[in-house]
Design a binder for this molecule. Sequence first.
Ligand code: HH2
Length: 334
Amino acid sequence: MAEGAHVDAGGSPGAQATGARERTGAPGGASWASEGHRLAFGRAVQGTEREGDVWVLRWRAAALMGIVNVTPDSFSDGGRFAGDPGAAVEAGLAQWHEGAAFVDVGGESTRPGAEPVAESEELRRVLPVVAGLAELGVRVSIDTVKPAVADEAVKAGACLVNDVGGLAEPAMRAVCADHGVPAVVVHMQGEPRTMQRAPRYGDVVGEVERALLERAGEARDDGVPSVLIDPGIGFGKTVEHNLALLAATRRLAGHGLPLLVGASRKRMIARLAAAGGEGPEPHQRLPGSLALHLFAAARGAAMLRVHDVAAHRQALAVRAALDGVGTAPEASRG
Ligand code: HH2
């Protein structure tokens, strides 16, 4: 049912699955659609194709991961769906129809200063939403740092584990390997409660890159079928650290592992746009989110984690349509 939702351009996994036309890369070095991305699963998942022992999802350009936080306290959408799994499923399904390749369900806020949530409470929040979306044919990602939550969520239908703890726990790698699901390996310095107090790096890009590649190697060695890597915008980083990492998108995307970037509505946007005042509130940060994500997409990011799927879809499609404009032979001759 939901498969038909993925119909248009941009080369998303959904578009790939429904046979939408592929775009070619623009001459002149822009990489809007020139690089293919690949995620391997140990079992059949909607939109994948079998390749030997694994099932592979392929796409071009940047795909979107929609966000559904079933929490009372998330920095941007906290409280919207707390205690109302039906509304959360509806919102996730809407994001899927808008073109999300995955819908990321989270039951514990990781905003700076957030307190940890008990496992039983996190399970109570996420399981009905994961199961409800999976039953509707939505590819669901589970946003958790707890192996037991990941395990139950995958049993309920999630097909991707998004771990802001960076897959540091062997038990988390075991869950992914045992169920044959890929994972997002996110970089975080410290832990949410304290991570923004005094983030410090000698060489932020080099250190984040090294940590991500190490963790990706451990995951591979432990049998996780594939990973996306994510520099963790705002996870133990100043605005300057975030900017340095975004500026290094091409380098971080150049390791043969799909790169996920999640800057949606984050505090750095308020700081950059503040003009002396407080800066826009989270729900007013869509323009800044688009600016950061279009920048990352143009430099090879494979996936963008976003609250506003339709707006990103539109921006990516319009930007992609500019590929080649002005560089075609007849245009440059004139
Ligand atoms: N950011 C947040 C949560 N999960 N996962 C990945 N892979 N990358 C991110 O940048 C990322 C993430 C924080 O955003 P949000 O879910 O909107 O808020 P909260 O953690 O307060 O629920």
